[in-house]
Design a protein around this ligand. Structure first.
Ligand SMILES: Nc1ncnc2c1ncn2[C@@H]1O[C@H](COP(=O)(O)OP(=O)(O)OP(=O)(O)O)[C@@H](O)[C@H]1O
Ligand SMILES: [Mg+2]
Length: 252
């Protein structure tokens, strides 16, 4: 990302809203980067630009040497709400994610879909209808659907915020395993400092109007548990840093 800026026209008669200002950073292949920040600081806007769903007003965004100009199956986005198709069963939802991959036979697509559903712990639920699933199961299907086309980059926008704490903790555990097995580059939005420290190799903090105010490497070994003392200490350190930054008007 090089000097990204985005301003939305404000509500009728209101002032324009600057969502991002001079955002620059690089993510290396295989990193798990968590974007942290309060509501409205531009996290989803930034993710939508990386996904190619939104064009920046200023700056440029590259994936490798290629400029991002639109969506691509090598950059899959997973939303806060699972956004599954209720008229398809679990397997068909994942197969839908593979419909844009043309170098696979129908049999290979099915094997691949089953493989990823197994990876997210849903091997026994292939024929379930979406309304028969819990919130956590739906997010697992959405994760399998995003992973199945074998994207280079997985983009996740607060994927766990609608789930209860126990379901979330189980998913943190599973996601760490999946990330280690698949070696994906991940860019994940969250407003939860502990979640960011639990999952990420790096935490980027954004502040209003969308600019990066902190870039922390997290070197704790995996697997990480939400109640690990070292994790709590790192999260407290980052929270303290952000509080300080806010008090100083983002100049910490
Ligand atoms: N399509 C849009 N049209 C107008 N304004 C927008 C649009 N999308 C976002 N904004 C504004 O841009 C700012 C950043 O929004 P964004 O959704 O990126 O924030 P966020 O950090 O993801 O917040 P949250 O944590 O609540 O999801 C907000 O002030 C929002 O009102
Ligand atoms: Mg958002």
């Amino acid at each position: 990302m090089e000097g990204l800026g985005k301003t939305f026209p404000g509500p009728k008669g209101g002032r324009p809203v600057q969502a991002l200002r001079e955002v620059s950073f690089t993510v290396a292949a295989g990193e798990y980067v968590c974007l942290l920040g309060r509501s409205g600081c531009g996290k989803s806007t930034l993710l939508a630009i990386v996904a190619g769903l939104l064009a920046p007003d200023e700056g440029r965004c590259y994936c490798g040497d290629e400029r991002i100009t639109g969506p691509d199956r090598h950059r899959m986005l997973m939303f806060q709400e699972p956004a599954l198709f209720p008229w398809l069963n679990v397997l068909d939802n994942v197969l839908f994610g593979l419909s844009f991959v043309d170098n696979l036979t129908p049999g290979e697509k099915r094997n691949r879909a089953e493989h990823f559903l197994e990876l997210v712990g849903l091997a026994d639920c292939l024929n379930f209808r979406i309304h028969e699933l819990s919130g956590g199961m739906k997010q697992r299907v959405a994760l399998a659907r995003a992973l199945a086309p074998d994207p280079d980059i997985l983009l996740m926008d607060e994927p766990f915020s609608a789930l209860d704490a126990m379901t979330r903790e189980q998913l943190y555990e599973d996601l760490q395993k999946i990330w280690q097995q698949t070696h994906k580059t991940v860019l994940m939005v969250t407003h939860n400092v502990r979640e960011a420290v639990c999952l990420g190799t790096r935490v980027l903090a954004l502040e209003r109007p969308g600019r990066i105010v902190a870039d922390h490497a997290v070197t704790l070994p995996y697997p990480r548990g939400m109640n690990d003392v070292a994790l709590a200490e790192t999260a407290a350190h980052i929270s303290g840093f952000l509080r300080q930054s806010e008090e100083n008007g983002g100049q910490a």
